[in-house]
Design a binder for this molecule. Structure first.
Ligand code: OSB
Ligand code: MG
Length: 368
């Protein structure tokens, strides 16, 4: 394939409800989309960076800048366009994994559409549908949380993840267990809100039989997670700390990650995500697919990834309605707790022109 150009498209989508985590509250999701145009087909990339650098160092405008200034020009100068070579071409540029992931996703989508193959086929999916969990934000009160969790259980979600922070941890977990019982698959995500000095406090979660605790400590504190793992019974799962297959291997060897959350954007793309899956499978470490409040485009690819054999835990691959009143693609709708893996070429979904137009705030054409 030959690259013709890349369109950057900024969209703004209101969330159905505010989403509060230990790093902030979001009421709308501003997403940078990429339309990768080649001589054979077009592909869509979704950049999962958020508006502010609070989850990680990346943010939307930095992603747009590095794409415009460095990544797209480098890819244009690299000769024949092939998805498997994108990461290598972009490697000289440090960091910016979410921007790189979006560009690789767009190229991969274009390539697969040209070949009539799906993301699932390309990545190695072995299931035609995946079980879905839901990430539940920090609420103003325990009753409000119990209502939200009850609603999600009624919708069929097979696993509940509670966002936690100091002051909102043991009590909400206890309340959910007391109200909904021990059979609910339950886990928590701290988004780095604790330190190793909180180990004894976090051990108070031990009696509740959680599947895992996700990223309790700073993203750079891999050793701290290994130490913490020896002081609590809840399995430690890493999210922010895992940025590559290499860092996953190191975290596993150190005893810092009994479970890994794989987010393609965080690790530089779907192909690196598959490598992390392979590393984890080789070490007997279960993985699950994380989320970044994606639109239907990123969701399509995430659901395909989640259908790989090592994804043995339900992911944060919720239905479109958990996030948005109207998605830009055909909405993903839960069927008895599962989402179907798209089967059409590439992502298997495309944006609906009218929906896309109604949420677009700006576009920019990067000619090559
Ligand atoms: O830490 O997993 C996280 C959303 C935005 C940023 C970070 C995280 C999350 C979620 C929601 O937990 C995942 C989703 O449903 O897309
Ligand atoms: Mg997380």
């Amino acid at each position: 394939m030959k690259l013709t150009g890349v369109e950057l498209r900024w969209i703004s989508m209101p969330l159905v409800a505010p989403f509060r985590t230990s790093f902030g509250t979001q009421t709308s999701r501003d997403v940078l989309l990429l339309r990768v145009v080649t001589d054979e087909a077009e592909g869509w990339g979704e950049c999962v960076a958020m508006t502010d650098p609070l989850y990680s160092s990346e943010y939307v405008e930095a992603a747009a800048d590095v794409l415009r200034r460095f990544l797209v020009p480098a890819l244009a100068a690299a000769g024949p366009l092939e998805a498997h070579a994108v990461a290598h071409v972009l490697e000289p540029f440090r960091g910016h994994r979410m921007a790189k992931a979006a560009l690789e996703m767009g190229v991969l989508d274009a390539e697969l559409r040209a070949q009539g193959r799906s993301f699932g086929q390309q990545l190695g999916a072995v299931h035609d549908r995946v079980p879905c969990g839901v990430s539940v934000g920090i609420m103003d009160s325990v009753p409000a949380l119990l209502d939200a969790v009850g609603g999600y259980l009624d919708e069929g979600y097979v696993r509940i993840k509670l966002k936690i922070e100091p002051g909102w941890d043991v009590e909400p977990v206890r309340a959910v267990r007391e109200r909904y019982g021990d059979d609910v698959l339950l886990q928590v995500d701290a988004n780095t809100a604790y330190t190793l000095a909180d180990a004894r406090h976090l051990a108070r979660l031990d009696p509740f039989g959680l599947l895992l605790i996700e990223q309790p400590l700073d993203e750079e504190d891999v050793l701290g997670h290994a130490d913490l793992a020896k002081q609590i019974r809840t399995p430690v799962c890493l999210d922010e700390s895992i940025v590559s297959a290499r860092s996953a291997a190191a975290a596993i060897r150190l005893g810092a990650a009994a479970i890994v959350n794989i987010k393609p954007g965080r690790v530089g793309g779907y192909l690196e995500a598959r490598k992390i899956h392979d590393v984890c499978v080789a070490h007997g470490v279960p993985v699950w697919c994380g989320g970044m409040l994606e639109t239907g485009l990123g969701r399509a690819a995430n659901v395909a990834l989640a259908a790989l054999p090592g994804f043995t835990l339900p992911g944060d691959t919720s239905g479109s309605g958990r996030y948005y009143h109207r998605d830009i693609t055909e909405p993903f709708v839960l069927d008895r707790g599962h989402l179907a893996v798209p089967t059409g070429p590439g992502l298997g979904v495309v944006p609906r022109e009218d929906e896309l137009a109604s949420v677009t705030t700006a576009t920019e054409w990067l000619a090559v």
